[in-house]
Each structure stands twice: as structure tokens, then as C-alpha cells.
Design a protein around this ligand. Structure first.
Ligand SMILES: [Zn+2]
Ligand SMILES: [Zn+2]
Length: 259
């Protein structure tokens, strides 16, 4: 039996959590239908590690960015390094970038400054933005609009809002990405969001090693588990995964400009 083709649009496969068994993890991903993934940097060093991994694995691409948690440490050297990485052909997006007012690990001014600067970079290099947003929807959407995200396109990763916020993201030209939390019994508005977003504006992700889907909670997440999240989204939408999986993969490939 063949498994539906899937694209993990947001993984951190270069993180140390995968240091001991990365090849086996990739093998399990491919067996589960996850033929392609983007591994996402969170600062200059991890973005370089993401690119190094993408350069040696087929079906793996990288994103370079500075996570809002790391925004306070972002100096000119870091921005210059992200820009250098961003121009590599295996780097297909700028991210993750955004705002996190839930944990506030960096001061808000630093988060906003870094987010704006990297949106400018996305426009300069003509690559989409991968946006992290936690408890900061109004501010994030305002900066995205102001920063010209309509020109670059992008993904609202690990979407955590409701249908009204999803509609505003779609109006900005963004694609919505659902992660493991859509499978949780307490998924809040996410089932409605899964049903609301048009099939050609929707993708899925693991955000591994974080946020494992139901059945794997409390353990390390990995790309193979994307099949569970994708199956739940298809079930919520009342459509076969055999159709939705390839459609979501096509959306991701188009946005990232990869085969
Ligand atoms: Zn994130
Ligand atoms: Zn992430």
C-alpha cells in the first residue's frame, strides 16, 4: 500500500535531539510518506547547521532566521550571517521569525526590531517568511502587513489562532500551517480552522522535536509523525488524505520553489 506524499514544512532536524539517530529518523520519515522537509534555523548558528544538513540530504531544505526568543542576542554580525546564508540556493525561506509575547524570552522591542529587519531581508532575497506567533496576533499581523509580506508570501507556522485570525492571515496572502496541537482533545479553535482554510492555502508541519501529536505526547517528535497530524486534518475536513496530502505538498513546493 502506498502512503500519501507529505511535506513537513517546519522541522528542526539539525537540533542536537537528533544527533544520535538522524539517519534513522529520516528513513522513518520517508517510509511514512514524508519525502520533503524544511529544517528551520532559530539563530545564526542553528541556521548554518540547518543549511549544512540540507546540503547533504536529498529532500531537505533549510530556512535561516532568528527566533523571537533569540532576538535579544541579535547583533550586526548575526544579521550579516543570516543574510549570507539566505542567499544560498538550499535556503528556501526566512525563518523562523516573529513575535512571542507568551514567554517573552527577549524584550518586545528586540523581538519587533529583529522581525522587521528579517522581513526586509525576505523581500531583498525574494524568499517567503516563516512566521512564529504566540499571544501576539495583532502585533504580528500589523508588522507583516507593514513589512510587505504580500510580496514574499509566507507561512503562519504552528497556527494557534481562531477562524477570524486565519481569515486575516489569508487576506495577507499567507499559507496556514497546522501542527500537532490540532490532534489534541483540547484543540480549541483548530478543528474549525482546519475546516475553514481553503485546501490550496493549507500545509502541515511537525515543529519537531517539539509538539508531538496525540499518542506521542511527552516524547520527542519526529517528521514521520506528520502522517498522524495530516490524517487528523483530512478527517476534520472530510476529505481523503490521498488527495489532501499531495495538495498540501504541492502548495509547499510552490511556495518554497522546490521540485
Ligand atoms: Zn515557532
Ligand atoms: Zn519551530
Amino acid at each position: 500500500m502506498s502512503v500519501p506524499e507529505l511535506f513537513d514544512t517546519h522541522a528542526h532536524l539539525h537540533f542536537p535531539e537528533f544527533a544520535d539517530d538522524r539517519s534513522a529518523v529520516l528513513e522513518r520519515a520517508r517510509t511514512a510518506g514524508v519525502q520533503r522537509l524544511v529544517t528551520i534555523g532559530t539563530d545564526a548558528a542553528t541556521s548554518a547547521a540547518a543549511l549544512a544538513l540540507a546540503a547533504r540530504e536529498t529532500g531537505v531544505w533549510a530556512a535561516a532566521g532568528i527566533h523571537p526568543h533569540d532576538a535579544a542576542g541579535a547583533d550586526e554580525t548575526a544579521f550579516a550571517e543570516i543574510e549570507r546564508l539566505a542567499r544560498d540556493s538550499r535556503v528556501v525561506a526566512i525563518g523562523e521569525i516573529g513575535l512571542d509575547f507568551f514567554r517573552n524570552l527577549s524584550p518586545r522591542e528586540d523581538q519587533e526590531r529583529t522581525f522587521r529587519r528579517l522581513l526586509q531581508l525576505a523581500r531583498r532575497v525574494g524568499k517567503p517568511a516563516l512566521v512564529h506567533c504566540r499571544d501576539a496576533h495583532a502585533e504580528t499581523l500589523a508588522i507583516l502587513e507593514d513589512g510587505g509580506v504580500r510580496d514574499t508570501g509566507g507561512i503562519m507556522h504552528c497556527f494557534s489562532g481562531d477562524v477570524a485570525i486565519a481569515r486575516r492571515c489569508l487576506d495577507l496572502g499567507l499559507v496556514i500551517s497546522l501542527a500537532g496541537p490540532v490532534t489534541y482533545p483540547n484543540a480549541r479553535a483548530l478543528p474549525d480552522v482546519a475546516r475553514f482554510v481553503p485546501g490550496d492555502r493549507l500545509v502541515v508541519e511537525t515543529d519537531c522535536p517539539f509538539l508531538p501529536p496525540q499518542g506521542h505526547r511527552g516524547r520527542r517528535n519526529e517528521p514521520a509523525y506528520l502522517a498522524l497530524t495530516a490524517a487528523r486534518v483530512a478527517e476534520l475536513r472530510g476529505e481523503p488524505l490521498a488527495r489532501l496530502g499531495p495538495q498540501m505538498s504541492a502548495t509547499a513546493r510552490r511556495l518554497f520553489g522546490v521540485e
